[in-house]
Design a protein around this ligand. Structure first.
Ligand code: MG
Length: 266
């Protein structure tokens, strides 16, 4: 990862643009976030709506990667990472609503550390994983729990539109290999429901990069959702759910019911 910077994506006068936060000020990013760029015009952090910081081609999510969450799900620890895909169309940014699908039953929050890939990555050795990571972000792996239990695989339960809030930024240069780990928390309506750190991961971030890229190529902007700790729980319309990742910030999304009039032809 590059030295400590935060990368945001903003609605800049109707156009999505990346912005770099460094030394307390924001500047438009001129060039390619994943290639050559330089900081440009200074912009106000408060005048522009935040968007999801990347548009991934895919999200590769890891199940049962915290021991306490596997226990609360009543499942044995996996012998190797258990992965599934969330579609890019599920991504929403900070402040955008998580929409509860009609008839889906229980829908849960899952606070996770998202690993944003910085360059094309295939067959990456574990020892080299860090070179392929742009930075970390907050991700909510929203899950229709009843459908997850009902279906053989997770595509429906994990794949609804709005089920992958990401943001508010990508933080580079964080010491995710450090002894303390990266803190991750999930909050609902101001109450902390999940709290752990990446040192509790069953499979480390570097191990996940190696494991996933042994299967499929990860493209710049793709995200690995590293799993959720214990404390997952149901969401209801009107809730506000927040994912906090140490060194990244907070990602808050309101929860709303599906509009029953949707598709009514007006
Ligand atoms: Mg998850």
């Amino acid at each position: 990862m590059s030295a400590g910077r935060r990368f945001y994506r903003i609605d800049y006068r109707g156009t999505p643009r990346h912005a770099i936060e460094a030394d307390g000020s924001w500047r438009l990013l001129e060039g390619d976030l994943f290639g050559a760029y330089e900081p440009g015009e200074v912009v106000s952090a408060h005048d522009h709506r935040l968007l999801a910081p990347v548009v991934p081609s895919k999200i590769v999510a890891i199940g049962l990667n915290y021991k306490d969450h596997a226990a609360e799900q009543g499942k044995p620890l996996p012998q190797e990472p258990m992965m599934f895909l969330k579609p890019s169309t599920a991504v929403v940014g900070p402040g955008e609503a998580i929409v509860l699908p009609d008839g889906a039953g229980r829908v849960d929050h899952e606070a996770e550390v998202g690993v944003v890939i910085g360059r094309r990555a295939a067959h990456v050795p574990e020892q080299a994983a860090r070179d392929y990571i742009l930075g970390l972000t907050c991700l909510n792996d929203v899950t229709a729990r009843a459908l997850q239990k009902k279906d053989v695989q997770y595509t429906r339960a994990k794949g609804f539109d709005t089920f992958a809030p990401v943001g508010p930024c990508i933080a580079s240069g964080l010491d995710y290999r450090g002894a303390g780990g990266i803190p991750v928390e999930g909050w609902v309506n101001g109450t902390r429901r999940q709290s752990s750190t990446t040192k509790e991961l069953v499979f480390s971030i570097d191990r996940l990069v190696a494991f996933v890229t042994a299967v499929m190529t990860l493209l710049p902007g793709d995200i690995i959702a590293t799993g959720t700790p214990a404390g997952i729980g149901p969401l209801a319309a009107g809730d506000r759910v927040t994912v906090k990742v140490g060194g990244v910030g907070e990602l808050t999304n309101p929860v709303s019911a599906a509009a029953r009039s949707r598709g009514a032809g007006t």
